[in-house]
Ligand binder design. Structure first.
Ligand code: SF4
Length: 187
């Protein structure tokens, strides 16, 4: 365990630096999110297989993202992911925008990853926020040891899955809105 001190707080990391760099070059923010939805989707994305870009849900996500930030938005590249940051006082806020409350759980999952990567890259404990503009809702969280443990456990697991064969697609209702549906279930 490597300990990092931040404003009197002690946080521990179990993944060594070299391994962490290797993992996040494959398990980017989008891949991490995809894995939480479906192992096949995560595997396909990690192998750089591009989903159907004309998929209505992917287009909607791009549109919501493009209209959801004011002038305070800073997009930075960190690790192999882009992170949206807005500043409030001296504490950076990492923001993830979702279309509806149905995506709150996946938004929190992704923000935890971003908080972890931000901490590893800068040593700063930031605040994370999932914003749902359509419902005027915000969910705020801050990096904790539990979140670090959760993200590191997931990173190790997802990285192992990527090294193996593609997990067999299992049809569920979410497949109907997935950009890989034609690949998983060809007619
Ligand atoms: S179509 Fe279904 S099984 Fe295939 S990647 Fe998408 S969600 Fe997973």
């Amino acid at each position: 365990m490597r300990w990092i001190f931040h404003k009197g707080k002690k946080l521990g990391l179990t993944i060594p630096d070299e391994e962490y760099k290797k993992m996040i070059s494959v398990i980017t923010s989008s891949v991490y999110l995809a894995f939480s939805v479906c192992l096949t989707e995560g595997w396909l994305m990690a192998h750089r297989i591009v989903p159907d870009q004309h998929n209505a849900y992917i287009e909607r996500g791009r549109f919501i993202d493009s209209i959801s930030f004011g002038r305070g938005r800073h997009q930075i590249k960190m690790g192999f992911s882009k992170i949206d940051i807005v500043e409030k006082g001296r504490v950076p806020i990492i923001v993830e925008v979702k279309a509806s409350g149905k995506s709150l759980k996946s938004g929190i999952h992704q923000v935890k990853y971003l908080l972890y990567v931000f901490f590893r890259e800068t040593g700063v404990v930031a605040v994370g926020q999932v914003r749902i503009p359509s419902e005027k809702k915000r969910y705020t969280l801050r990096l904790t040891q539990d979140i670090i443990n959760e993200v590191e456990t997931n990173l190790k697991y997802y990285f192992r899955v990527v090294q193996g064969p593609m997990p067999e697609p299992q049809y569920r209702h979410i497949c109907d809105v997935c950009g890989y549906v034609d690949l998983c279930f060809p007619e």
